[in-house]
Design a protein around this ligand. Structure first.
Ligand code: ADP
Ligand code: ILO
Length: 344
């Protein structure tokens, strides 16, 4: 592994390039966590992909302490969360004030809320061994067999899934794409496709991705803008899974995830929303999303473009705010975006 201080081109805007000073590099370059994860492993994604927004991944919960000199300033900048802050959780749907902001279905195409989760006392995806990853798949797919009622479904391993089926699931926004270069460089695609898969119910309103960027991505989604219904389904599913799987969590940074942007709630609550008029004035669009702490993505996920004036709008903050606050941020922003679009 390269032990040289990496140099980044001038146009590089990643948080890695900003916060990895020579001093930080020198203080961390010989450190290792108990799963053998090094600084070079943590930064490889951002070194190989200079267009990264962040550029770092953790190999285990310990990485956040061992490499704190790099992770802490990134966490502070992304989440506005300091080393003395404590995370808080609230998954009670009764605390969410979110009547459907678009009951006629003119703007919101679909709503999706996901959380990332990893199993306690195991390395995260970038440092996990093949055997441990396969064990995660076994434990989680077996826990999902006991989901009942509308949450019951079937687990489909990627290994053995036809090209046609996986392409359709990806196109319809249900399944993750293979071969992401950020994940590849982070070591998250090792042994692909073994150990990876997707569980879903018949209606595809409740889904679990196994062993993608995090060991679990628990997802609730449906057409239209009933955000509260989507949140309520998600919280029941999480409680069910927690009966048999213990997730990695600590009181400072919340749920432990491989990418520091997901720490805390690990929640991304999004709508696919049609805003063709507002899209002609991106400054106004961005002023509203910034005010409500929202992120704009294209409709095929992160690093994709918008199509036909449809955008993916989601909460940006995940740490130091509760799950209810994450969804509330998204809801309040969506109400403001719809009001602006109507006025144009
Ligand atoms: P994640 O949210 O899991 O971090 P992505 O941004 O890559 O990752 O999104 C994963 C998939 O979920 C993509 O196919 C994306 O289009 C889809 N998706 C995200 N939000 C919505 C939504 N509100 N409605 C339908 N599909 C969505
Ligand atoms: N490593 C990528 C993605 C960062 C945030 N997104 C996710 C999916 N974790 C980057 O630095 O741009």
């Amino acid at each position: 592994m390269n032990q040289e201080f990496p140099t980044f081109p001038k146009e590089c805007k990643s948080m890695l390039c900003k916060h990895l000073t020579k001093e930080v590099f020198t203080s961390l370059k010989d450190k290792k966590t108990s799963s053998g994860f090094t600084l070079q492993d943590a930064i490889n994604s951002g070194v190989e992909n200079i267009d990264s927004g962040i550029g770092v991944y953790a190999g285990d919960e310990e990485s956040y302490d061992t490499f704190a000199a790099l992770f802490d300033p990134i966490i502070e900048e992304y989440h506005s969360f300091s080393v003395d802050d404590k995370h808080k959780s609230n998954l009670n749907p009764n605390d969410l004030k979110a009547p459907n902001p678009d009951p006629e279905g003119k703007y919101i195409v679909s709503t999706r809320i996901r959380v990332g989760r990893n199993i306690d006392n195991l390395p995260l995806g970038p440092a996990i061994t093949k055997e441990q990853r396969n064990e995660v798949e076994k434990q989680v797919s077996s826990a999902l067999k006991s989901m009942s009622g509308t949450l019951s479904g079937v687990y489909y391993p990627i290994n053995g899934m036809s090209e046609e089926v996986s392409a359709k699931l990806i196109e319809d926004h249900f399944l993750f794409k293979a071969g992401d270069r950020y994940l590849e460089a982070a070591g998250l695609n090792r042994d692909w496709p073994e150990g990876r898969g997707i569980f879903h119910n018949d209606e595809k309103t409740f889904l679990v991705w196994i062993n993608e960027e995090d060991q679990l991505r628990i997802i609730s989604m449906q057409m239209g803008g009933d955000i509260k219904e989507v949140f309520t389904r998600l919280t029941s599913a999480i409680s069910e899974i927690e009966k048999s799987v213990k997730f990695s969590y600590n009181s400072h940074i919340g749920y432990i995830t491989s990418c520091p942007t997901n720490l805390g709630t690990a929640m991304r609550a999004s709508v696919h929303i049609k805003l063709p008029k507002l899209a002609e004035d991106m400054d106004t669009f961005k002023a509203i999303t910034d005010k409500h702490h929202l992120q704009i993505r294209g409709i095929h996920g992160e690093h994709s473009e918008s199509e036909g004036g449809i955008y993916d709008i989601s909460n940006k903050r995940r740490l130091g705010v509760t799950e209810v606050e994450c969804v509330q941020d998204m809801y309040d922003g969506v109400v403001a975006l719809i009001a602006k679009e109507k006025s144009l």
